[in-house]
Design a protein around this ligand. Sequence first.
Ligand code: 9MR
Ligand code: 9MR
Length: 567
Amino acid sequence: MKVQMTIKVFLTSCLFLLMACSREEDVQTPSDDILINQIGYVSSSSKYALLRIKSDNFQIKTSEGKVVFEGETGPPEYWELSGDSVQLADFSDFTTPGTYVLCVGDSVSYPFKIADRLYGELADAVLKSYYYARCGVDLEERYAGKWHRKAGHPDTSVVVHVSAVDAYRPKGTIIASSGGWYDAGDFGKYVVNSGISTYTLLLSSRLNKEYHQAQNLNIPESNNELPDILDETLVNLKWMLTMQDPNDGGVYHKLTTKNFVGFVMPSETSDQRYVVQKTTAATLDFAATMAYASRVLSTYSLNELANETAASAEKAWQWALRHPDMVYEQPGDISTGAYGDNNLEDEWFWAAVEMYLLTENDQCLQKVQNAIQQPGTPTWRRVNTLGVISLLTSEKRRDFSNIEQDFLSYADLLLTKEEESPYIVSIDHFAWGSNSDVANEGMLKLIAFRLTGDEKYLASARNDLDYILGRNATGYSFVTGFGSKSPMHPHQRISSADGVEAPMPGYLVGGPNTNVFTDCDPDKVQRSRFPASSYVDEECSYSTNETAINWNAPLVFLVSALDGIDR
Ligand code: 9MR
Ligand code: 9MR
């Protein structure tokens, strides 16, 4: 039955492509030189495609090959970051719902939709990716479908690494630190990266509240009274609490094995795991996240946890005041991810903001005012803008020292960059995880839209999603399981080892950048030297094709907010 269905779908889509553009009856392979949002465009929004095939005009056709729209293309524009020229195909004026292809001469695009609402399924999947990343629990078939798996990493006897021992927990101490999410393609759990990820999901739960309240992800907690986004986020929040030493309030930087383990299922590894070094960055990110969580949780019937997180935040803050500059130094016997950062000003700012919003304490306010920095695109390493967002979106809005003006100036700068970009996207610097910068910039624009009501920010955020879903120089829709051409071989241990052909769905891969060229064998895997094109769907490519909790979180915000607006 299932097989028959699949064959039917396959034949229908072949027929669809066969008939759509060609004059002859030859089967057409969709062209990677017609770049579109592979899910589709909302009826009322701008609809842009980019063409790498030279042409003065283009057509939109139905599956029967009927022309429904014709347009002229813009002039070719060269982008030095992608190393190619593209022409704009604008079909914004065409608004009739349906499934279409874009044709240029005999070339055809992947199919895409036009509809009033398109991103509901995607919004559910990008959030459910966190369920698939849960550590230490069985994923049952009724929730996980074909990606069901046995638990691994109970983390009930984690060794306190020598870099982290002290009088309270001397050498040889064993602690429990169970639960949470795997960070990425590896099995580590890292507090710094958990902070921004957990905060961003909590932010989405608050700013897109009605949207998330109506969501049902089919996770074990789906039938309780809390929205699923909160249930899922609590999985990691509760793990984070275990990373604080209750004796002094300091927070361990990470929980990992000494070295990365191989590409096996979680239940097949038993290498000893360690908590490593307490650091100021981890402790401040922890304080900020817990303080914010406490405010969110107190609006639900979760008073006990709201109090616990508030107390943990306060304890962490006090530890940081006593240890203001303990930066992470990777011990010689450990080689897993470092998440190292020598500049802690932004962590101080973010934590001070959240402590101030939680406690209204004047000392914290003073720290905030002394530490104001220009907003930018948030990353795990640069978190000050998270504090700005909290100030501007808290119930009692705090706007001092031009914080809102500076925030909007940054959003405007992103819009200017987008206007100047042949690829209609703000990103102009491709770092490791560049796709998350695009998603985070979309999130900032939607917050600017919320603050001002100015639709230019909304339109620009849609362009960020179009980029992620295929209108980019690689021609990939960067979310696993979504779009006609999406990553099949992410650098992700579970998807590699689970015996299921399709990767677990809803994951945003890191995306193009030129940081590392040694991850895959250069004799076997060719990669563009142009930053915006430098991506390969190869498992070896951890620098472009890994998944990570901090990359998905802003995409949850972006897609949920957009789909909520379209509702
Ligand atoms: O799998 C690891 C991935 O999660 C990290 O992001 C990446 C960079 O730290 O490292 C990967 O592990 C590789 C290691 O660094 C070098 N040997 C091969 C490992 C697996 O590809
Ligand atoms: O996202 C991190 C990126 O900014 C760094 O440049 C890179 C190398 O240090 O590490 C990335 O984080 C990885 C972490 O160290 C280990 N788990 C996988 C993360 C995503 O690749």
